[in-house]
Design a protein around this ligand. Structure first.
Ligand SMILES: NC(=O)c1ccc[n+]([C@@H]2O[C@H](COP(=O)([O-])OP(=O)(O)OC[C@H]3O[C@@H](n4cnc5c(N)ncnc54)[C@H](O)[C@@H]3O)[C@@H](O)[C@H]2O)c1
Length: 434
């Protein structure tokens, strides 16, 4: 087993921390969110009864906060041993991590504010549990296993990936014939992407930026870089708070969509001079660079909601700056030679999870994403032989199963197809007169 210690042992060694009350606070956060996660509640009942994950070891690298912790406990209730660490050095809630780590079948290595070495040591520590299933948010665990522990691959049944950037990386791996076990693209299924990426990122990124800065969107130019699922959500919710939204894109159809939906669309080089608040949601690097910083107005706010901290080129900004200081918690001001101050939130890491006040997506949204994660893990175990190595779409019946649990919990009834309607929809012989 790895020398890197689980969080409880790390906290025990820190005499300034009251471990018991830290755990209690973490558990309180988990209980609150679970009250608003009816899908996970239903799956908890089912998994506790049928133990579909009995005997499996699940290795996870995800944002360790209250909603994720409820997924972890669901998997443990289903019979699995779970080892988890963070997928971002700033998104862990230590109290939640400590509460998880006190669970008999769970080991949590996640700690907020770790440096690069500790981040990767913690991933190694999870891998040392020899997982039979992996769950990633960004693909760091799959990468570590393929690069450094290929001997484990034979015993791995499969994996699940939470986010767009992770799915991109997996598809690139598959393209190069490097991906050696099946992984579900949880991100791409409707019950995840249409809600989590759009509404979750829209609501939580904007709320976190507002709380971090104590500023309003009303009347401001909010520049949204990337009009994908996340960008659409951010743009719509910013417009709903009376911002003037400007969109930048590189994909002509997405740009046209933004234009037809009423937003100003222009290159970043033009938007840079117009924006008051910049929010990147591209999953790409160097989206805001030196030439943009050079024309931005004093006081501009820069935040990233994409997975990695590469969208705003902070190295270039640092080089340009004559001074830098922490203007507020989670706000680093960079002062340029002419006196302008550009304010970067959460070190350019995904703001809705990495800012000091960040809570991540709303519980109701993560209920759907994590409901899909749980049924995907169950599916991998139940139908192990059905999936070859590679990236797999979530089977539609699993997506529907989770949607139906949610509708029932919300008390929403819908119509069902009659037999005649089903036959009609499946038929190619019905035409204009037949
Ligand atoms: N903050 C969160 O909690 C959260 C939640 C879900 C996804 N994500 C992450 O957000 C990112 C975006 O996810 P998505 O689902 O919206 O992806 P997406 O592929 O639907 O959208 C990305 C968009 O960015 C555009 N783009 C790429 N390079 C660009 C550039 N240089 N300038 C302008 N536009 C550019 C693409 O054309 C595309 O339309 C990913 O990194 C994903 O992992 C974050």
């Amino acid at each position: 087993m790895s020398a890197y210690s689980p969080l409880s042992a790390q906290l025990d060694a820190d005499t300034d921390v009251d471990v018991e009350s830290t755990r209690t606070e973490g558990r309180r956060k988990m209980e609150w969110t679970l009250q608003h996660m009816p899908i996970l509640q239903e799956l908890r009942t089912q998994f506790a009864e049928t133990k579909p994950l009995d005997g499996e070891t699940i290795g996870m690298a995800m944002h360790v906060e209250a909603k994720t912790a409820n997924l972890v406990e669901l998997l443990a209730l289903g019979g699995a041993e779970v080892a988890i660490t963070g997928c971002n050095p700033l998104s862990t809630h230590d109290d939640v991590s400590a509460a998880l780590d006190s669970n008999e079948n769970v080991t949590s290595y996640a700690k907020r504010g770790v440096d690069e070495e500790a981040y990767y040591d913690a991933i190694e520590a999870v891998v040392a549990h020899e997982p039979t299933i992996t769950i990633d948010d960004g693909m760091d665990m799959v990468y570590a296993i393929h690069e450094d522990h290929p001997d484990l691959i034979d015993t791995i049944i499969g994996g699940a990936e939470e986010t767009t950037t992770g799915v991109h990386r997996l598809r690139a791996m598959e393209e190069d014939n490097e991906l050696q076990y099946p992984v579900f693209a949880v991100n791409d299924t409707p019950m995840k992407r249409l809600f989590d990426n759009v509404h979750g990122t829209g609501e939580s990124a904007l709320a976190t930026i507002a709380m971090t800065t104590n500023l309003s969107y009303a009347g401001k130019n909010v520049v949204v870089a990337g009009y994908g699922y996340c960008g659409k959500g951010v743009a719509e919710k910013a417009a709903g708070q009376n911002a003037n939204v400007i969109v930048t894109e590189v994909e002509p159809r997405r740009a046209l969509e933004a234009h037809m939906e009423g937003y100003e669309v222009m290159p970043m080089s033009e938007a840079a001079a117009r924006g008051d608040v910049f929010i990147t949601t591209t999953g790409n690097r160097d989206v805001i660079t030196q030439e943009d910083f050079e024309v931005m107005g004093d006081g501009a706010i820069l935040a990233n909601a994409g997975h990695f901290d590469v969208e705003i080129n902070i190295d270039e900004l640092s080089e340009l700056a004559v001074n830098t200081y922490e203007a507020r918690d989670g706000v680093q001001a960079y002062e340029l030679a002419d006196g302008r101050r550009l304010n970067v939130l959460a070190e350019g890491r995904l703001v809705n999870l990495a800012a000091p006040v960040a809570l991540g997506h709303p519980a109701e949204v993560m209920d759907q994403s994590f409901g899909i994660q749980a049924v995907c893990v169950r599916e991998l175990i139940e139908n192990e032989l059905a999936y070859d190595p590679g990236v797999h779409n979530v089977p539609d019946e699993l997506d529907r199963e989770v949607a139906e649990i949610k509708l029932e919990a919300e008390g929403v009834d819908i119509d069902s197809l009659t037999q005649t309607q089903s036959e009609y929809l499946d038929s190619w012989s019905h035409g204009t007169w037949t």
